[in-house]
Design a protein around this ligand. Sequence first.
Ligand SMILES: [Zn+2]
Length: 70
Amino acid sequence: MGTCDLCEEQVKKTRNGKPHECLTKIDEPRIFKGKKPRGFEEQDYLCLTCDSKFTQSTDKNDLAWTLWRG
Ligand SMILES: [Zn+2]
């Protein structure tokens, strides 16, 4: 199945962007404390519409929203 429109839009969102309405959290957030000056977190999401998986990261050096294309 292809990526739904909401997921296509989600990729463009910034670090402060909220997950769209069909994204549901999977697993607990992963917290990385080792990096300075502050740690960062990653959270995985799954789209209930198209089964796309996202990782949201608060790491400045990483994409805010990474879409894992199957
Ligand atoms: Zn989707």
